[in-house]
Design a protein around this ligand. Structure first.
Ligand SMILES: [Zn+2]
Length: 352
């Protein structure tokens, strides 16, 4: 409840699946407030789903187009505070519960059911805590836990399209509208994709090979830059999601024969380039560009000498620039950009 006495709520769109036991999906957007392209993608998905015959939606499907009204509404002048709680400064996507040690099974469906039960058991205590962020995360995690496909739609501050997910889901995630895929290591930092995927990553080796394609997965899908929506791009993003849902059996839609080529690397290969000094930074390369070690990333206008002067900044790595700091005004040590170092080029062929 808000100080005004009003109840804060999020709107969930729920489609009941036509086939009992078919794979289910949960999609949320907007947890970080400023990252609004996912909401446009949900709008596009809802429009398309509403036009399908009922039997196309095989498994239960939930969509939350704006999962964090706090984040969307918190403005300071022209800027949306978005990714961080205005009251505490904490990141909205770091409060989900780690369930890696909570259940054990050599069968994915059994482990999925156990995890859902354990979360329900723990939720009462967490929902009674004073932290509104933890209550918010628990409410969303309870909606997501138990789904076979969980998509958390984000953007970076300024960046290209890329996806975090477990390696065992690469065949499906590569259908999304992105060129770069970062494979989770199994470490847990509190994000929703890790909360869903990491318990399965931790026990993957115990599952019989024929059951591994049934392992639920959570993905963080980064859809470009923040504070920006595009209906045209949302259509492409939604097409990728529908293809993923069809391939995983959530939707009964034909998947065309195609080949997808992309870059892929363990998430640890996404490395930050810190600002060597304070100043005003001009980028010479856009997100999505390749950069070689020693090549110019941009130049810093330094104001600390007798006269302002430009100093070039050379890349310490070779790879793909995925994220850039969104303001030209930079402090010493901030992460100027993130580079996916030496990703592997992969391709997957899909047969209809
Ligand atoms: Zn985000």
């Amino acid at each position: 409840m808000l100080p005004s006495g009003d109840l804060l709520s999020v709107r969930q769109y729920f489609f009941k699946g036509a086939v009992g036991g078919a794979p289910s999906a949960y999609i949320q957007a907007g947890v970080h407030g400023t990252e609004v392209q996912g909401t446009a993608v949900c709008a596009q998905l809802l429009e398309q789903l509403a036009g399908f015959p009922r039997e196309v939606i095989r498994g239960d499907l939930s969509i939350i187009a704006n999962a964090n009204p706090h984040g969307l509404n918190s403005k300071f002048g022209e800027h949306t505070i978005g990714p961080f709680d205005a009251g505490t400064g904490l990141n909205w996507n770091r409060a989900y519960l780690d369930l890696r040690e909570e259940a054990r099974s050599a069968h994915p469906a059994e482990l999925k059911a156990q995890l859902r039960e354990r979360l329900a058991e723990k939720s009462g205590e967490i929902l009674a805590r004073p932290s509104s962020m933890q209550r918010h995360a628990m409410t969303l995690q309870r909606l997501a836990q138990g789904a076979d496909v969980v998509l958390d739609l984000h953007t970076s501050a300024r960046g290209s399209r890329y996806v975090y997910g477990p390696g065992y889901a690469l065949e499906w995630m590569a259908l999304l509208n992105a060129e770069d895929f970062l494979l989770l290591s199994g470490r847990f930092s509190g994000s929703l994709d890790e909360a869903i995927s990491c318990p399965f990553l931790a026990q993957e080796q115990f599952f019989p090979p024929e059951l591994r394609s049934h392992m639920p997965f959570g993905l963080t899908v980064e859809l470009g830059g923040q504070e920006f929506v595009s209906a045209r791009e949302a259509l492409e993003d939604a097409r990728g999601i529908l293809a993923l849902l069809a391939a995983r059996g959530c939707l009964d839609l034909p998947l065309p024969r195609m080949e997808r080529s992309f870059h892929c690397a363990p998430e640890g290969q996404l490395r930050a380039v810190p600002a060597p000094c304070g100043g005003l930074f001009e980028y010479h390369l856009a997100p999505g560009a390749w950069v070689s070690k020693g090549e110019s990333l941009g130049a810093m206008l330094r104001l600390d000498g007798p006269l302002p002067r430009w100093e070039p900044l050379f890349s310490p790595f070779s790879g793909r620039i995925l994220v850039q700091f969104p303001s030209a005004i930079v402090s010493e040590g901030i992460e100027l950009c993130k580079i996916l170092c030496d990703p592997e080029r992969r391709s997957i062929s899909y047969t209809s």
